[in-house]
Design a protein around this ligand. Structure first.
Ligand code: GLA
Length: 731
């Protein structure tokens, strides 16, 4: 009893000591224009997070912030650790868990030093060095702050010089700590053709984990992107919100833990599942980056920050051009030949797109790709369908006046393929087990450098033979079943080294082909993350292109990803008229996957004019700020607008999303993001041939103040199910 009491005294003294700033404590303020993440280092060199939120105007006041918003005892002093080590005194979810060379399963991490330096225009890199006081084991934390965009990119490196290998059981990218009264997590889930369904749930004491174990098509059920709203559920323009996403295209784990003090701990990184990592002395392991932005003015600000950051710093040519295209997947599926394709080139030209994209089915000879059961891996033109080869098609398209692009699925192999016959050891499969197939296919072992060379060679050979090839759609239709590599000496490195291998290939390709437009596709949106989007100019959000469904899918992706990277195609999915489907597809990178020859005269005329309009307004949609005005989840209409940086132009989309009696935009919708002092005219775009718009009086002007205070009714209803308006400064 006495021993217990003295233990309690010791623990509570300890927690009181660590709970407030003492003289001599140091503060590392990692700041953007509006946000601060503050690390406190106490006299024992324990590094803890004492603030994540709005930047304070007086930096000296960071020292006043209480230790961990103490609402009870922190027995360990670690609840708010900058990178919680497992094994000694930790009681909660760790960020890192290791077994040392001598078998000791614990880690302690103390502050050594830190430095901050410029990492380019408006970018600051703060590096915090930590080490174990007993073992030659170091962790370095990196915080890259994008000043103007309020985005923080965080990752860590792990290194040791012990006598033998160390096993890393868990190795997170980031560990954050946020005190609030309540926490509301919005996470997204789905499956093929129903990506990005949001669920907002209050976080209560204990753990909530978002993760994937799917390997390749990792985000099929759940992407690594989320919102956490503090104190109240997330709102568009008010309240504190943290938007986070892990830049990793493989297995991830994001753990949210409301600790015994009712503060929120967050650990994000590679999924430790089946991924113990053996780290040799002197080698360094670098985690992927976790990206986040904190907003004190709702999720609207958070998404605009991420969009701006992505365009400027992450997505290739994020501020450049994109090509409109006609894809043949839904028009022909596997059934095509040169004649059909050349006719489609002409259709593309007639429609007015920049490029024709040839989809799946063009390759394989011994095992022709006439359905999805054969041929993956045999990337030679099928001589029956394409006797004159790809070069001929590239030339034919170009002489028709459009560019030519192609579909590839380079990471995959069909059991019925010459590749499988030649290199069975390049395929992920288990000894003594039947092969399990996902979409009738297997995954190549990208942890094997020979396979990396092969995959690189597929694209490189094609580009070398056809230097004007204008576009690649890089697909990935299978998850990793049979997770075993015949050649990897460390079986539990497979999931990690697969993604590293993929990035190695993409790095090499980007060095040689920095400007090639590439679409990231994974059986729809199975791989949408900022790890892959370092290499791809755009992504395919879903195979579901039904106009109504798309409003919801695009709405949810727009929390994290900018319009310029979001490929939206007009197809025959859904029952909405072509105007509706086109209007929806315009909120991003517009494309088509339709049989142009089946369009009637008006549909064709409408589409041709829409493409011309798009050419004129795309800059505002791609580079402008997105404001979500009316949510399809809470009313009859969805309404969104993109506003140019100079606030002199905006493109405003409104859709009817309900079919109930008298459903429509009953009242004016308040605009956002305009300049209250400017005057604007409003004009309707994409008016269907043969109909008239009453919103075309450009002699009437409205002040930005009026439009944002009272609003304007686009009159979306059953007769006008989608309305696109152009708002222009009247000069
Ligand atoms: C995936 C893609 C589709 C199409 C098919 C081809 O499902 O998402 O767009 O390319 O593969 O097999």
């Amino acid at each position: 009893m006495i021993r217990l009491f003295s233990l309690f005294l010791t623990l509570s003294c300890f927690s009181i000591l660590t709970a407030m700033s003492a003289p001599g404590d140091r503060h590392i303020a990692i700041e953007t224009r509006r946000t601060a993440l503050v690390i406190r280092v106490d006299k024992d060199q324990n590094p803890t997070i004492v603030h994540l939120g709005q930047r304070l105007t007086r930096p000296d006041e960071y020292a006043r912030i209480p230790g961990n918003s103490k609402r009870g005892e922190d027995y360990t002093g670690l609840y708010n650790s900058v990178y919680t080590p497992a094994g000694s005194r930790n009681l909660l979810e760790p960020a890192i868990q290791v077994t040392h060379a001598d078998g000791n399963p614990s880690l302690d991490l103390r502050y050594v030093r830190h430095e901050s330096k410029s990492a380019g225009d408006g970018v600051v890199l703060t590096t915090v060095y930590l080490k174990d006081p007993q073992y030659p084991f170091d962790v370095t934390l990196y915080y890259k702050t994008y000043q103007d965009d309020d985005v923080i990119e965080q990752w860590s490196t792990i290194r040791h010089t012990e006598k033998k290998n160390v096993t890393l059981h868990k190795y997170a990218s980031a560990n954050l700590y946020i005190p609030a009264q309540n926490y509301y997590l919005t996470h997204f889930h789905g499956d093929w053709a129903r990506e990005m369904n949001p669920s907002e749930v209050p976080l209560t004491e204990g753990l909530k984990v978002l993760d994937t174990k799917l390997g390749t098509r990792a985000d099929l059920f759940q992407p690594p992107s989320f919102l956490v709203a503090l104190n109240q559920p997330a709102q568009e323009d008010q309240g504190e919100v943290l938007a986070g996403t892990l830049a990793w295209s493989g297995n991830y784990q994001i753990a949210f833990e409301v600790d015994p003090l009712h503060n929120l701990r967050l650990m994000a990184g590679i999924n430790p599942y089946a991924s113990a990592y053996t780290l040799a002395p002197g080698k360094e392991f670098t985690t992927p980056a976790f990206l986040f932005t904190y907003s004190a003015t709702g999720k609207g600000t958070a998404s605009r920050s991420l969009h701006r950051w992505a365009r400027k710093f992450r997505i290739p040519q994020g501020q450049g051009n994109r090509l409109t295209l006609l894809n043949n997947w839904e028009a022909t599926y596997f059934d095509f030949n040169e004649e059909k394709l050349t006719a489609l080139f002409k259709d593309g030209r007639k429609l007015g797109v920049d490029l024709f994209l040839l989809d799946d089915g063009w390759f394989g000879n011994k095992y022709p790709r006439n359905d999805d059961r054969a041929g993956l891996g045999d990337w030679q033109e099928n001589v029956k369908k394409l006797p004159h080869g790809l070069g001929y098609l590239v030339n034919q398209a170009e002489s028709t006046g459009i560019k030519f692009g192609i579909w590839l699925e380079p990471e995959m192999v069909s059991p019925k393929s010459e590749l499988y016959e030649k290199h069975p050891d390049w395929v992920l499969k288990l000894p003594n087990r039947q092969e399990y197939y996902f979409r009738n296919q297997l995954v190549l072992d990208l942890s094997n450098p020979k396979v990396q060379d092969f995959v690189y060679g597929i694209v490189d050979d094609m580009m070398t033979k056809n230097p004007t090839l204008g576009y690649i759609k890089w697909d990935c239709n299978a998850v990793i079943y049979n997770a075993f590599s015949a050649t990897n000496p460390n079986p539990s490195h497979l999931y990690v080294e697969y993604v590293q291998g993929l990035y190695t290939v993409l790095d090499r390709l980007r060095v040689k082909y920095p400007k090639l437009p590439m679409m990231l596709c994974s059986g729809g949106g199975g791989r949408v993350d900022y790890g892959a989007l370092r290499y791809f100019t755009e992504f395919w959000p879903s195979d579901n292109t039904d106009g109504l469904e798309r409003i919801f899918i695009q709405w949810n992706y727009s929390n994290f990803f900018p319009a310029i990277a979001t490929c939206n195609h007009v197809t025959d999915w859904g029952k909405q008229p072509i105007k509706f489907r086109t209007d929806v597809a315009m909120m991003g990178k517009l494309g088509y996957d339709i049989v142009v020859s089946k369009l009637d005269e008006k549909e064709l005329q409408f589409s041709q004019e829409a493409l011309k309009t798009y050419e004129r307004v795309k800059e505002v949609i791609w580079q402008g700020d997105l404001y979500r005005l009316a949510s399809p989840y809470s009313g009859d209409v969805a309404s969104l607008m993109y506003v140019s940086e100079a606030r002199d132009r905006a493109i405003w989309f409104t859709y009817l999303t309900s079919s109930r009696y008298r459903a429509g935009s009953q009242a004016p919708i308040r605009l956002k993001g305009l300049d209250p002092a400017k005057n604007y005219t409003i004009r309707e775009l994409n008016v269907y041939p043969g109909t008239k718009s009453f919103i075309n009086d450009t002699s009437t002007t409205f002040s930005g103040n009026y439009l944002m205070t009272v609003g304007f009714n686009p009159n979306a209803d059953a007769n006008r199910t989608s309305v696109v308006l152009e708002v222009t400064e009247a000069k």
